[in-house]
Design a protein around this ligand. Structure first.
Ligand SMILES: [Zn+2]
Length: 209
């Protein structure tokens, strides 16, 4: 889902008289909203304030995400949530002029621009999750193209180098073991020997992969 932003971070308009503390994205009521990282539910807004029904999540790296104008909250204060877990449904509660999500991010109590991660509130990508795993604590708020480029380089170089070095180490061993298996079984039958050697290669490749 491509998210459509109707009000950017820091924007001043007729609706936002003071600089906007978050980002507004258009979402039809009832759209499932996800935690953008692993974290703990710090606060649940009951709907009595401007933000309407909402949630504040403290993420692993200490930043806090605020979700506002929900139709339904699916979590409780103190609950642990995982990256991508559904925490509520979008709506139009509180001081809101249409169905949308207000998403804000605080670091050390100050609002920061959440545009690089706002789409994660509605899109869950296991690939992103995989590449970010263990790195939540060091996330910087890059712009989206830089972020994608960074992830791409990291993933391509990292995986290729690992794969080649694994293969370089493993291939001589696989060859020796397969030849030994072949030689041993050849004493019984040459057909069994070929199957045995082939089986050893396949098995080894499956293991190192
Ligand atoms: Zn807003």
């Amino acid at each position: 889902m491509i998210v459509r932003i109707t009000s950017k971070f820091g924007e001043v308009s007729s609706i936002h008289k003071t600089p906007h503390t978050g980002i507004d994205i258009v979402l039809s009521e009832g759209t499932p909203l996800r935690s953008v990282y692993d974290g703990v539910i710090e606060k649940v807004y009951d709907g009595s304030t401007n933000i309407g029904k909402g949630i504040k999540i403290r993420f692993e790296d200490g930043t806090e995400g605020i979700y506002g104008h929900l139709s339904e909250v699916k979590v409780k204060v103190g609950e642990m949530v995982r990256d991508g877990q559904i925490v509520g449904l979008s709506g139009n509660t509180g001081r809101s002029t249409g169905e949308h999500l207000h998403f804000a991010l605080q670091r050390h109590g100050e609002f920061v621009d959440p545009s690089s991660i706002v789409d994660k509130t509605v899109n869950y990508s296991w690939i992103n999750h995989f590449f970010q795993n263990g790195k939540v604590g060091q996330i910087d708020f890059f712009s989206i193209p830089e972020w994608i480029k960074g992830k791409f380089t990291e993933a391509t170089i990292g995986n290729t180098v690992d794969f080649i070095s694994d293969m370089a180490l493993a291939l001589p061993i696989i060859t020796v073991v397969s030849l030994s298996v072949y030689a041993l079984l050849n004493m019984v039958s040459s057909r069994v020997a070929k199957l045995g050697a082939l089986g050893t290669v396949v098995y080894s490749l499956i293991i190192i992969h």
